[in-house]
Design a protein around this ligand. Structure first.
Ligand code: FAD
Length: 393
């Protein structure tokens, strides 16, 4: 097979991680090629995460005016934790002096793609990576198939797997597609998008005897809401009226503003961290390295935090021949990864009702929620994690 492309860094996956990495590398004068199996249109229209930590927004600022997080997104200075029919505000500004931005992931991707293409980035859509080889050599390679089905090879100084939770690059690092620490949960989220005005100014995380619900916003006319469901739930199983009933009974004390539902999905919960994040000249970032349940809104933000570390490690490796930051990358990244794993697990277990929960579990859970909302320290602990630990820490 002929080598048809050479570059300094080959990046598999044009999600938030891969695209931001190419930008940070370009800022240091390091060229890269990104391949993604999906079309640009598909990438820019897939609905996923929606909450950006303050540090994420600050990093996106570095792409210039193409980032619309601050202009089109909405700054949120708090969330509501709701239980036993009462809302309790966790005020971010008051507790930690930070904030988050509500700005959908597909809008972040539109911003990053337009900025990278304007800067002349080699970004190839419709190209599927089939394998990453020679991780232990100085010239690792990506074996790929283009949109016409033609196989080709990209040879690089370094390969980064930013190819999401079903990463093929992971096999080159851990020796298998699955090798990692893993936990599954006995529930999932039923998500809807609807045409309606916002039911609240800020996100509501609600615990009720019927299970969890999240009331979130998108714009003045479109809203995103979720409720806890069985992982095997069929999205067609509910009529619109039943969906509103399910949501409404999980947010007692609040009246939801209803409207036509135009998208439904079921989002399964998994916690995963790959056993290794780097082997030789191949490293993993973002969902390729780890996944979290969505309750703490950490998935995309954690991907961005990995990238910031790896970009600096690659800069010192490729421009100064210094491998120390790269050697430290798995350990340094793991500290934040496991804090985010804990936070995501904690928010999930504190707010959802497990199928086998006993009366004791239920009362203990309410005690836990009161411990958080009735203590300035409890609110600050939650706010600090939700807004994101400093990227330099
Ligand atoms: C439905 C859903 C809802 C979510 N909601 C939230 C949320 O509310 N809050 C939150 O923080 N996080 C959420 N997440 C998680 C968040 O979206 C991810 O953590 C984030 O997308 C990770 O970014 P990434 O760049 O690592 O991976 P991805 O965004 O998954 O990007 C990986 C890219 O690699 C490409 N790719 C994969 N395999 C190959 C291959 N073999 N060859 C070429 N390209 C390949 C894919 O097409 C994709 O574009 C959600 C995820 C899903 C699926």
């Amino acid at each position: 097979m002929t080598i048809t492309a050479r570059t300094r860094v080959a990046i598999v996956g044009a999600g938030p991680a891969g695209l931001l990495l190419s930008h940070l590398l370009a800022q240091s004068g390091i060229e890269s090629i990104i391949v993604d199996q999906r079309s640009r249109d598909e990438i820019e229209s897939t609905i996923r995460a929606g909450i950006l930590e303050q540090g994420t927004v600050e990093l996106l600022d570095t792409i210039g005016p193409a980032s619309r997080a601050r202009t089109v997104g909405h700054r949120h200075d708090g969330i509501e934790l709701r239980f036993e029919g009462e809302g309790h505000r966790v005020d971010f500004a008051d507790t930690v002096g930070r904030a988050v931005w509500l700005y959908p992931q597909h809008e972040v991707l539109k911003d990053l793609i337009s900025a990278r293409l304007a800067a002349g980035q080699d970004l190839r859509f419709g190209v599927t990576a089939e394998a990453v080889e020679d991780a232990d050599s100085a010239r690792p390679r990506v074996i790929a198939r283009d949109a016409d089905g033609e196989r080709f090879v990209i040879e690089a100084d370094f390969v980064v797997g930013s190819d999401g939770s079903r990463s093929i690059a992971r096999a080159a690092v851990t020796g298998s597609m699955t090798g990692g620490y893993f936990r599954e949960y006995p529930f999932a989220w039923f998500g809807i998008l609807c045409e309606a005005p916002p039911s609240s100014d800020e996100l509501i995380y609600s615990n009720s005897p019927d299970g969890f619900a999240l009331v979130s916003q998108r714009s003045d006319t479109v809203q995103r809401m979720y409720f806890q469901c069985d992982p095997d739930t069929d999205t067609a199983a509910y009529s619109e009226a039943q969906l509103w009933d399910e949501l409404q009974k999980r947010v007692p004390g609040t009246t939801l503003k209803e409207g036509p539902i135009f998208q439904r999905d079921v989002l399964r919960f998994r916690s995963f961290v790959a056993h290794e994040l780097r082997r030789g000249r191949v490293a993993l970032v973002g969902d390729a390295a780890h996944t979290v349940p969505p309750t703490g809104a950490k998935g995309m933000n954690l991907a961005i935090a990995d990238v910031r570390l790896l970009a600096e490690a690659l800069r010192t490796l490729l421009l100064e021949g210094d491998e120390r930051l790269l050697d430290a990358y798995p350990e340094t990244a793991s500290r934040r990864i496991w804090k985010a794993q804990h936070f995501s697990w904690w928010m999930t277990s504190m707010l959802h009702v497990a199928p086998d929960a006993t009366d004791f579990d239920r009362r203990r859970q309410l005690g836990e929620l009161r411990t958080v909302v009735e203590s300035a320290h409890g609110r600050a602990l939650l706010a600090e994690a939700y807004c994101g630990w400093p990227l330099d820490a």
